[in-house]
Design a protein. Structure first.
Length: 456
């Protein structure tokens, strides 16, 4: 009878924790791991983790969760999973009541009676909510009924983009749509449809519009407000998930002078701007919906990157990526967090439009999550992402759970999906693209495609 390997999991935890601690202590400005009570930012808080540190974080999270799941009675663990819904509900309360803002300039904390007065929530109920969150290391109860911010609750400030992501997840539309996931999947018509307008989002909100069109807010001020909040939320999401790792994780500096990079679906050009500022050898193109391009060309870039406009290193051109072809003969076509918004049918259509305008030497870079199986692949080829050391699940388990949660978000809101390695190969081949390389960015990955070589 096989037995659980507890000591190996403990060893993985100790090794990963040591690696992360060393990363902190090597910082010259603040060479220490800050305690949870510290509300001052640490220089590493907004740095992109090096790949080895990111893998240590994933090992730590995955091994801690696997150790608890192994040692603790199963019904105890499953019950706690069911109860997680209340953490989301409580976070929604403190976000909407702006509790972190109330405590911002109160390092010694405030009594619950004063917090209650400022937030306009009944005192005893609010105390119960805060005490629960304190027990999960969000906020601090410095003395009985006196609460203060801590290192985690500072990210709930209304000024922090991650708080907007918290609203997006804990409030409408995400939370309400997720509640209707089972209803949608069990519906004999909706459940078998991959149409964007047949998602749980549409089922829950009773709208025929896909989420992004809904967010335009035509005759719906609430939807417009949610759309504006979503734009800010994505800034927080990208920072937390190291989405900008592509800026340093791909060898842009090795490309020739004047290399053209077309950022398709790049919004107002957050990544394009970073590339433009960092790599003088690149010429950038930015293509998205007309309203985003207008905002980028008339507001964002003139203010934040005027030199690119003056030097002619950025071109703005609107596009409907579902119906139109992008600018032809670019060297690189970048689709960052775009393909996962789509079903396979739509993704193939979009990639086909890109393929039709590529030169023989062009490349397509798709940045998304690559879903890894919790089963050992047994493959050691160059395309395989690193697998965790046993007895940890090969895909790091909870250490990479965010890729599975993001897949759930895509399913719930858009009928989109995150994809496996095999999925990417299949959709690439269907439009005449061959896989060149998988670039591991620590959390997400970049799939590099080239035009398929035709057999003679």
């Amino acid at each position: 009878m096989e037995q659980a390997n507890i000591s190996s999991l403990v060893s993985l935890i100790a090794g990963a924790a040591g690696k992360i601690e060393t990363y902190y202590t090597a910082n010259p400005a603040k060479p220490y791991v800050p305690p949870l009570s510290d509300t001052e930012p640490h220089p590493l808080d907004n740095e992109i983790y090096p790949l080895d540190v990111r893998q240590a974080v994933q090992t730590l999270e995955g091994a801690c969760a696997q150790l608890c799941a192994t040692l603790v009675r199963p019904n105890y663990t499953i019950l706690n999973r069911h109860l997680n819904i209340y953490q989301t509900a409580y976070l929604s309360v403190v976000l909407r009541a702006q509790v972190a803002d109330v405590l911002l300039d109160e390092p010694a904390g405030l009594h619950i009676s004063e917090i209650s007065k400022r937030c306009k929530i009944e005192e005893k109920k609010l105390a119960r909510i805060l005490r629960t969150l304190c027990s999960q290391h969000i906020f601090r109860e410095v003395s009985k009924d006196t609460f203060a911010n801590n290192r985690l609750s500072m990210l709930l400030l209304s000024s922090d983009p991650l708080s907007s992501m918290g609203w997006h997840i804990s409030d409408e539309p995400t939370n309400k749509s997720a509640v209707h996931l089972a209803d949608t999947l069990l519906d004999p018509e909706w459940g078998f449809s991959d149409a964007t307008e047949r998602s749980p989002f549409n089922y829950a909100l009773g709208t025929p519009d896909p989420m992004f069109r809904y967010f335009e807010g035509n005759d719906n001020p609430k939807a417009a407000e949610q759309g504006a909040r979503f734009g800010k939320a994505m800034i927080g999401w990208n920072a937390a998930c190291d989405s900008s790792a592509i800026v340093t994780g791909y060898p842009w500096d090795k490309l020739g002078q004047g290399t053209t990079v077309n950022d398709i679906g790049g919004g107002v050009g957050h990544i394009s701007m970073q590339l433009c500022k960092r790599y003088k050898n690149l010429n950038l193109k930015l293509q998205d919906l007309p309203e985003r391009i207008e905002q980028a060309e008339k507001d964002i870039w003139p203010k934040d990157c005027p030199e690119a406009i003056a030097d002619g290193r950025i071109q703005f051109k609107p596009i409907d990526i579902f119906a139109e072809k992008p600018i032809a003969h670019c060297d690189i076509y970048l689709l960052k967090n775009v393909i996962h918004l789509m079903s396979d049918e739509v993704a193939i259509k979009v990639l086909s439009n890109v393929r039709s305008v590529m030169s023989p030497t062009s490349r397509v870079l798709v940045q998304d999550y690559i879903i890894q199986s919790p089963t050992q692949s047994g493959s050691d080829d160059e395309f395989t992402l690193k697998q965790a050391d046993p007895p940890l699940l090969p895909n790091y388990g909870v250490g990479r759970i965010r890729q599975f949660y993001t897949d759930a978000i895509m399913m719930v809101l858009l009928n989109g999906r995150e994809r496996t390695f095999d999925d990417f190969i299949q959709i690439g081949k269907s439009v005449g693209l061959d896989l060149v390389k998988i670039w591991d960015m620590g959390e997400s990955s970049v799939v590099e495609f080239a035009p398929a070589v035709l057999e003679k």
